[in-house]
Write a protein that binds this ligand. Structure first.
Ligand code: DAH
Length: 363
């Protein structure tokens, strides 16, 4: 009538031992001890047995039931332990965490801020202008003549507008004469090739005294290499007041260079030409690598050119409506990448724009 109890015990033990997880174990429990389980079934059918068999089988079944309950709870404890060890292994609290890396300013931003801070410290205000400029502000207002090579399409990015396109013969001089000034070619839009047009904007808007620095992006159609980029940054500066002299320019720029590159830096003002300043000078600092002895960075000259400057040309004043008998002023302009490259010893301008974290993390 019943399967041999010792066979049932063998099967039950085997199933419980084999259980991989709690749900396997629960299946085994239901199969043997559940309401319709094998042992429960035997118990409920004991009355069908003969009076001699009844106590015998009853005892065997009950003993097995007790054993299975013990075995099930032992196995359950084992399974819980393994689960815990596994989770513990997954959550190894001794492993180093994932480090949150806070971002920081780009080396060019650091340099721009440093440059501007130096000038702000001596009373200059920071002003910005648009990257899309008029041909007038970028060139004409700054006394850059119509035939100047920098106005060529090979040196300036002109923006196509419906009514006007560069009419200049590529590479050659523009045959249009100065009487074209003020006509529609002046309204052409371009990507500013320097930050100097903000001189025109600021002076047209404000009356002297004026001391302004202008950081920003500029664009030139140059082929990209280690020292050229079609987009780079400049900081322009200018100061207008009554009785401003070249010595003021020298004083301000000397202060700047010493703050930027250190007190021991030497400077020289080399005569140069810019259409918007007269007289004009380029400023060199003693090479910060070789201290003026001559090395590969300064091309064995001992000097590094860092900016252009001069006394603002009376024609510029005329264009913005300043009386050049009453006011004088100086202006200067520098390339931010060049300054950053010198300051940090960087030999390739492209590094600034490649977003390589191995480079950027060093600042
Ligand atoms: N705008 C000039 C350039 O891009 C730099 C410059 C030179 C600015 C002399 C000035 C200046 O204000 O006086 O090369």
């Amino acid at each position: 009538m019943f399967r041999n109890i010792s066979d049932i015990e063998k099967d039950a033990f085997e199933e419980i031992q084999k259980a991989q997880d709690i749900s396997d174990l629960e299946k085994a429990r239901i199969k043997y001890l559940g309401r319709r389980g094998i042992i429960t079934d035997i118990m409920s059918r004991l009355p069908e047995l003969s009076p001699e068999q009844r106590p015998l089988v009853g005892k065997q079944a009950n003993d097995l039931k007790v054993k299975l309950i013990a075995l099930l709870s032992e196995k359950q404890r084992q399974l819980k332990d393994t689960v815990q060890t596994e989770t513990k292994e997954k959550l190894d609290l001794s492993l180093p965490g994932i480090k949150e890396e806070p971002g920081h300013e780009h080396p060019l931003t650091i340099t721009i801020k440093k440059i501007c801070d130096i000038f702000v410290g001596i009373g200059f205000k920071v002003v910005e202008g648009p990257e899309i400029e008029t041909e007038y502000n970028n060139f004409t207002g700054l006394n850059i003549p119509i035939e100047h090579p920098s106005r060529d399409v090979f040196d300036t990015f002109y923006l196509a507008t419906r009514s006007s396109m560069p009419a200049r013969p590529a590479g050659g001089l523009d045959t249009r004469k100065n009487e074209n000034r003020g006509s529609r070619i002046e309204d052409r839009l371009l990507l500013r090739s320097h930050t100097s047009p903000v001189q025109i904007r600021a002076m047209s808007k404000y009356k002297p005294p004026l001391a302004v620095v202008v950081p920003g992006k500029v664009y030139r159609p140059d082929a990209v290499d280690a020292s050229h980029s079609f987009m780079f940054h400049q900081v322009e500066g200018f100061l207008v007041d009554s009785d401003v002299k070249f010595s003021h320019l020298k004083g301000v720029l000397t202060h700047f260079c010493k703050e930027m590159f250190g007190k021991d830096i030497k400077m020289r003002f080399r005569p140069h030409f810019f259409p918007f300043t007269e007289p004009s000078a380029e400023v060199d600092i003693s090479c910060i690598i070789c201290k003026g002895k001559g090395c590969s960075v300064c091309g064995r000259k001992g000097w590094l050119e860092i900016l252009g400057s001069g006394m603002i040309h009376p024609n510029v004043f005329k264009h913005v409506g300043y009386d050049s008998k009453k006011y004088t002023g100086f202006a200067f302009g520098m390339g931010v990448e060049r300054i950053a490259m010198l300051k940090y010893g960087i030999n390739d301008i492209r590094l600034f724009f490649e977003n390589d974290l191995r480079f950027l993390k060093q600042f």
